[in-house]
Design a protein around this ligand. Sequence first.
Ligand code: 4NP
Length: 150
Amino acid sequence: MVCLGNICRSPIAEGILRHKLQEQNIEGVETDSAGTSSYHIGEAPDSRMRQTAIANGVNIDDLQARQFVSSDYDEFDLIYAMDSSNYNNMITLARNKEDKSKVKLILNEVNAGANNAVPDPYYGGDEGFQHVFDLLDVATDIIIEKYVKG
Ligand code: 4NP
């Protein structure tokens, strides 16, 4: 799960997915998240995102921001961008066609081909964080059905 800062959207995407996998006793799926920027390396998720997580029964307090690196293409099969800017940044770091084929826009799992963005909540109000949670709640259900159980 990849966004810009790895403190709002991608950690909650990781947290929701991890939570659902645990809840459904699904083992053997590794989850992780990263940011395309270096802005917040080493930081915990944004306190507003952590609060929204807790309010929805998910805990992401243990997560720590890191930057996406090319070697992530060796570690992961599916790499989800939260918006097209993150998508393009990762495509720039891809070394070959196989790397590029791993990168997807996460909301295209919900509305194929629509190229919708998970909006960046960082500079907005608290309601933006719940909206992000709701979008990723739907997307992660689909990902589990399609790639984990499918
Ligand atoms: P994220 O949100 O990409 O969802 O983690 C942001 C966090 C920080 C900044 C931008 C977006 N920033 O510019 O510092």
